[in-house]
Write a protein that binds this ligand. Structure first.
Ligand SMILES: [Zn+2]
Length: 289
């Protein structure tokens, strides 16, 4: 999926947090186990992450500046920034009536970062912190996704992850985060329903972005995804399914699922992509996840 020629993104959307945080390597079995717990949590991770006290927390050092569409297609940080700008416009127009919209902050870090939900490390994986309404990500995660979880990678795979985390922000705004019981796991649990809804919301944005025009430039944000690009996003969704991660690190146990199986994650992404409505993404209203 590529940004349309003539597109231009003003920047200031992603803060880069410099080195200096608590370094925890994301490699090896420890990394896999951490991923199994944290990956795409979108949950209140304050009890899981470190205290954020005295950990050599890094500070924002710079912001990703203006990017052209060509730069967004070539550079991962520009892609992150431009994707958030597109998501901002989409969700400002799409949140349910009566929901006040404010965008989440976008953050990229190396090694570690202090957040409103505690200290995060590279092995934490991408997450959304409701306490400070921020999306956090170490771009090294994309290497981990390919090397440890066997994902193909690719631009739309990255954009799916941003859009998934953004989906958690929408859930925070609508109150789903508060109303769902996210304390337990299991294939039918609220935890899984929250995650699958975020996958569905990601699909909604992908389905919309090729037709929605940037009001600043009059150019559509994205070109329609190719079949191959859609496969990249679905592949990423499968790679982060609970069953797939559990296969990598031991045995598959649906009773402990918090995010849903590979098949479920692909199904709900596709539902959002094809149907493009909040109603279709109501994972709490169905008996068949
Ligand atoms: Zn998630």
């Amino acid at each position: 999926m590529t940004f349309s020629e003539g597109g231009r993104f003003e920047g200031g959307r992603v803060k880069r947090h410099g080195r200096g945080g608590t370094a925890v390597a994301g490699g090896g079995l420890v990394g896999i186990i951490a991923l199994a717990i944290f990956l795409f949590t979108g949950q209140d991770v304050s009890g899981i992450l470190g205290s954020g006290q005295g950990g050599g927390a890094s500070q924002p050092v710079e912001e990703v500046g203006e990017c052209t569409a060509e730069q967004a297609n070539a550079d991962p940080l520009c892609r992150y920034s431009a994707t958030l700008e597109s998501l901002d416009v989409y969700w400002a127009a799409t949140v349910p009536a009566g929901t006040a919209f404010a965008p989440p902050s976008g953050n990229e870090f190396t090694d570690g970062v202090a957040t409103g939900c505690g200290q995060a490390s590279a092995s934490t994986g991408p997450f959304y912190c409701p306490a400070d309404q921020g999306i956090y990500l170490d771009v090294a995660f994309f290497d981990l996704l390919q090397q440890q979880l066997g994902a193909q990678g690719g631009p739309l795979a990255e954009m799916y992850i941003y859009a998934h985390e953004y989906g958690h922000h929408v859930q925070h705004l609508t109150g789903v985060f508060d109303s769902a019981d996210r304390s337990g796991g299991g294939a039918e649990s609220d935890s899984v329903r929250v995650e699958l809804q975020a996958d569905c919301y990601a699909g909604m944005w992908v389905g919309d972005a090729a037709t929605r025009e940037d009001p600043e430039t009059g150019v559509t944000y994205l070109q329609p995804p190719t079949r191959e690009e859609l496969a990249q996003a679905l592949d990423a969704a499968a790679a982060v399914g609970d069953d797939h991660i559990q296969q990598q690190s031991g045995g598959v146990n649906p009773d402990t699922w918090t995010h849903g199986s590979s098949e479920q994650r692909q199904t709900w992404f596709t539902t959002g992509y094809e149907q493009g409505s909040l109603e279709a993404c109501d994972t709490f209203a169905t008996d068949s996840l």
